[in-house]
Design a protein around this ligand. Structure first.
Ligand code: HEC
Ligand code: HEC
Ligand code: HEC
Ligand code: HEC
Ligand code: HEC
Length: 245
């Protein structure tokens, strides 16, 4: 976990260097741009568009942009706008969710703990998905400019109508199999061991099993072979009744 964090920090530093390098290159090299000097400033029509234009102008200072006052606010950030779009990409793996909620943004960029939202994993049978109340605990404090995002509008609609959000479940065992999060989390397994690098996903999906199991038989996550192989390697029970009713 801490190794992951160091890697992430290193990646961020490298990214920052690359961006700075890019800006220096661009401001030194590119003086003629298609948009520049034409007298037609690009006008933002939303906060997210304004963030995009500001970014482009930082790379190319000769770009003329116009940001109406109502859209000249730091919230939502460019990263939030980007994640929101990526979370509704129908071509990315994983089901489309009713709200464009990004783990990369919340658990990655903002480092909100998994257990803050999946608070029952270490204690109960089900990890569960957070309630509208948990979301609004933070989002009620956001400025009105944030309502521009469709996902936030949907969230607030559920809050006003007091209806739960019907998230698509991704990991689901059949009824005849039993699984307990708490036993596995207490045994010291990271969430990522079974769910992959969720903090890097804008849209959650079930990851491949990349573990090199014996007999070269590929297994899929949540299949019996996947469970039994790990139980065998860790000297955990392989008794049928451990996992079956
Ligand atoms: C601990 C505080 C916190 C909680 C809890 C939280 N959020 Fe957020 N949320 C944030 C922050 C911080 C941002 C990013 C602000 C920015 O960069 O503009 C954000 C951004 C977003 C965005 C825009 C980026 C994206 O992910 O698409 C959406 C949509 C969103 N949150 C929905 C939700 C929903 C739905 C829940 C509940 C399941 C939730 N949030 C819970 C703090 C929180
Ligand atoms: C701000 C709240 C929040 C945080 C923090 C958060 N999650 Fe989630 N998680 C959700 C919501 C909402 C869903 C349902 C929507 C979705 O799948 O994106 C979800 C879904 C999931 C799922 C898929 C569940 C299924 O249907 O099978 C997994 C796995 C998961 N989260 C793991 C994690 C891990 C691991 C972390 C920490 C790295 C984490 N989550 C951090 C809110 C959160
Ligand atoms: C040993 C593997 C393993 C570990 C470790 C693990 N999970 Fe899971 N997770 C599963 C399986 C298997 C399911 C499907 C459970 C079912 O259908 O009964 C699941 C389902 C989920 C779900 C879907 C909703 C639910 O409650 O069933 C969420 C959310 C989730 N896990 C989050 C987490 C988080 C957060 C962590 C770390 C604190 C974590 N998981 C650790 C294997 C694991
Ligand atoms: C990453 C390794 C790993 C995976 C994958 C895994 N398990 Fe386990 N599981 C363990 C270990 C280790 C224990 C023993 C924990 C202990 O003794 O505290 C355990 C214990 C259990 C228990 C016993 C809990 C109890 O109350 O005695 C059940 C039930 C279980 N696993 C079901 C499953 C099922 C079903 C799957 C597949 C969907 C699965 N496990 C996948 C490592 C794993
Ligand atoms: C570590 C957990 C675990 C153990 C031990 C285990 N199973 Fe399973 N078994 C599962 C899971 C999880 C599934 C559901 C897999 C799926 O849907 O692909 C399953 C599915 C099955 C199925 C249904 C197969 C199908 O195609 O639907 C049968 C039959 C079965 N197991 C029999 C057994 C027998 C007999 C034993 C003892 C020799 C055993 N299992 C031990 C976890 C386990």
């Amino acid at each position: 976990m801490s190794e992951n964090a160091t890697e992430r920090r290193l990646a961020l530093v490298l990214l920052a260097l690359a961006v700075v390098g890019g800006v220096v290159l661009l401001s030194g090299g590119l003086t003629s741009s298609a948009d520049a000097g034409s007298g037609h400033a690009l006008v933002a029509s939303s906060v997210c568009e304004a963030q995009e234009l500001k970014r482009r102008q930082a790379e190319d200072p000769s770009l003329e942009i116009e940001i109406p006052a109502e859209f000249n606010t730091p919230w939502p950030t460019w990263e939030a706008c980007r994640s929101h779009t990526a979370a509704e990409d129908p071509d990315a793996p994983g089901p489309l969710q009713p709200i464009q909620f990004s783990h990369k943004h919340h658990a990655g960029d903002f480092q909100i703990e998994c257990l803050y939202c999946h608070s029952d994993t270490d204690r109960s049978r089900m990890a569960g998905v957070p309630s509208v109340e948990v979301c609004m605990g933070c989002h009620a404090q956001f400025p009105p400019s944030y309502d521009e995002l469709e996902g936030i509008q949907t969230l607030k609609k559920h809050w006003e109508e007091q209806t739960p959000i019907e998230w698509e479940q991704i990991h689901r065992l059949p009824e005849h199999a039993k699984f307990r999060h708490n036993r596995h989390v207490q045994a010291g397994f990271d969430c990522q061991t079974c769910h992959g690098p969720v903090e890097e996903m804008d849209k959650v999906y079930m990851t491949e099993d990349t573990h090199w199991w014996p007999w070269m038989l590929p297994t899929q996550k949540l299949e019996m072979g996947w469970c039994v192989n790990c139980h065998r390697e860790n000297a955990a029970s392989q008794d049928c009744y451990t996992c079956h009713y």
